[in-house]
Design a protein around this ligand. Structure first.
Ligand SMILES: [Zn+2]
Length: 267
């Protein structure tokens, strides 16, 4: 599996639990941040911030046993250029990915939006031999998934795959906890909550685990979709990650879905 985010922490929020589950089963997982995160902070910037963000991402990956790469495109300035598209094609090919995850191209943040466009534009092109000739093409288009989001236009996210992350929730929080400059400094500052962040490392990690974007409690409207995969156990699930299968990649059958997501109880 390979997941793309615009910033060092995006993949972690959207698929950190799924990644931890795959890694625990011995599957290879890679997170790629398309920008180096050198803009999103209230007091640091440029090379100094990029260096810190890269180190945080490395530590986050280490904590759940996956690879993490931060590309050197500038934060807040990502555009869907041919150059970046080729970077994405190269990453997917080198990883020989079966599953590729990206944001939907209708996110609020232009960097997220263009990450969605770039990965969408790379799908299919990953099998075309005459493009990016320095890296052998894939023989089959991977399955492309979207992270879940709250945007409703032009259409709301559809939870095709709901995965309980209760068994790896602590691992996911530990991964997010590595992104100190994001979760304890920048993001609370953007919403005027910097004063609420505990200074004690243990306390602040607990605080982080309770944030709604981290906790991702199963919403009532997804209960039916969760029950489809988990049966009666679906009603006990607390924390989830959900994914939508895009129309641009390989379209897996129900049987293939169970093979690609070997986490659901046998029923
Ligand atoms: Zn982001």
């Amino acid at each position: 599996m390979i997941a793309f985010g615009a910033h060092p922490d995006d993949c972690d929020l959207g698929a950190g639990g799924l990644a931890a589950k795959y890694a625990a089963q011995g599957h290879k997982v890679k997170f790629v941040s398309l920008t180096n995160g050198d803009a999103g902070h209230q007091s640091q910037h440029g090379e100094e911030l990029a260096k810190r963000r890269r180190a945080e991402a490395q530590e986050a990956g280490r904590r759940i046993g996956i690879e993490y790469e931060v590309l050197d495109n500038h934060d807040g300035k990502l555009l869907p250029t041919l150059d970046v598209r080729e970077q994405v094609i190269r990453e997917i090919r080198q990883w020989k990915a079966d599953i590729v995850i990206a944001p939907r191209p209708n996110d609020y943040h232009p960097d997220h939006r263009y990450t969605g466009v770039l990965v969408q534009d790379a799908s299919y092109m990953v099998i075309v031999p005459n493009l990016v000739t320095d890296t052998p093409p894939l023989t089959r288009n991977p399955v492309f998934l979207y992270y879940s989001d709250r945007f409703t236009r032009p259409q709301p996210f559809r939870p095709d795959i709901i995965v309980s992350i209760d068994d790896v929730f602590d691992k996911k929080v530990s991964m997010l906890d590595a992104h100190v400059s994001q979760f304890y400094e920048w993001l609370p500052w953007t919403v005027g909550q910097l004063q609420q962040v505990p200074t004690d490392p243990v306390e602040r990690k607990k605080w982080l685990a309770g944030r709604p974007e981290v906790a991702r409690n199963l919403p009532p409207e997804w209960r039916q979709a969760a029950q489809k995969r988990y049966g009666g156990q679906g009603s006990h699930i607390q924390h989830v990650e959900s994914f939508e299968i895009t129309e641009y990649g390989y379209q897996p059958t129900e049987e293939e879905i169970l093979k690609l997501f070997p986490f659901f109880p046998h029923r």
